[in-house]
Design a protein around this ligand. Structure first.
Ligand SMILES: Nc1ncnc2c1ncn2[C@@H]1O[C@H](COP(=O)(O)OP(=O)(O)O)[C@@H](O)[C@H]1O
Ligand SMILES: [Mg+2]
Length: 234
């Protein structure tokens, strides 16, 4: 489904991502771990077309290297950045509609998808007429994920969805990710919460200083004695 080869991202003199290669099979949930500054967000942004990069990105066999974010969305790639941006003055329902902007003429399909999102996130249904800016942090996270899903992606890129949320909300977010996996969505999940991410993922990559320092089945990575060392970058 996703095949990234030798991805490189630089910010001026800073080489944030240095030759990262990764693969996701259809329906796989893969987590990308690493200490702060390891290059996780830069990797996701580059895959989504939001950052200039070198290397090759293939989605479903198509070479999409250098494509714009809008074109990537049409190719079935949706990203939820760690910035968790909602349109604060628009309602929950309006925020969701914007996620389906590329296919706004398909009114029935969009309405059906909105109902699907409300089934997945009952909290959003209760608050559909509320301004998004007045939602709690956890609810805003649910809204940005639901908005990304409104584009009907084949591949979802999630950047630190549990960051800064209360433990019960973190559990809800991970339960929702497990449900999306059950529905066979392909997911690349960046997380600081390594133990929770490894519990839900099929496979994992650990980034350190912009390079893949370890990769393998999630259970094997979780059991690795040097995980803390790799993860914390010590
Ligand atoms: N916009 C930017 N300008 C300059 N340097 C950046 C920028 N964004 C990230 N970096 C640097 O790139 C490296 C990787 O950052 P990032 O991809 O955000 O890592 P992570 O998501 O793993 O914390 C870090 O050294 C960070 O300081
Ligand atoms: Mg990051």
């Amino acid at each position: 489904m996703l095949e990234v080869t030798d991805l490189t991202v630089s910010y001026g003199a800073i080489n944030a991502v240095r030759g990262v290669s990764l693969r996701l099979a259809e329906g796989e949930l893969v987590t990308l771990l690493g200490a702060n500054g390891a290059g996780k967000s830069s990797t996701l942004l580059a895959i989504a077309g939001a950052l200039k990069s070198s290397g090759t990105v293939r989605v479903g066999g198509t070479d999409v290297s250098g494509w714009s974010p809008e074109r990537m969305v049409r190719q079935g790639v949706a990203m939820v950045p760690e910035t968790r941006d909602v349109f604060p003055d628009l309602t929950v329902a309006e925020n969701l509609l914007l996620g389906a902007y590329a296919r706004r003429r398909d009114r029935d399909g969009v309405a059906a998808d909105r109902q699907r999102m409300f089934a997945l996130f009952p909290r959003l249904q209760e608050r559909q007429e509320q301004a998004a800016g007045t939602l709690s942090g956890g609810e805003q996270q649910m809204l940005v994920i639901a908005r990304a899903l409104m584009s009907r992606p084949r591949l979802l890129l999630l950047d630190e969805p549990s960051l800064g949320l209360a433990p019960t909300v973190v559990d809800q977010i991970f339960a929702m990710i497990a449900e999306l996996k059950r529905q066979r969505l392909t997911i690349l999940l960046v997380e600081q919460n390594a133990s929770k991410a490894l519990a839900v993922a099929d496979r994992a990559y650990v980034l350190r200083l912009g390079k893949v320092a370890a990769e393998g089945r999630a259970a094997d990575i979780a059991a690795a004695s040097d995980l803390e060392h790799l993860y914390l970058g010590g």
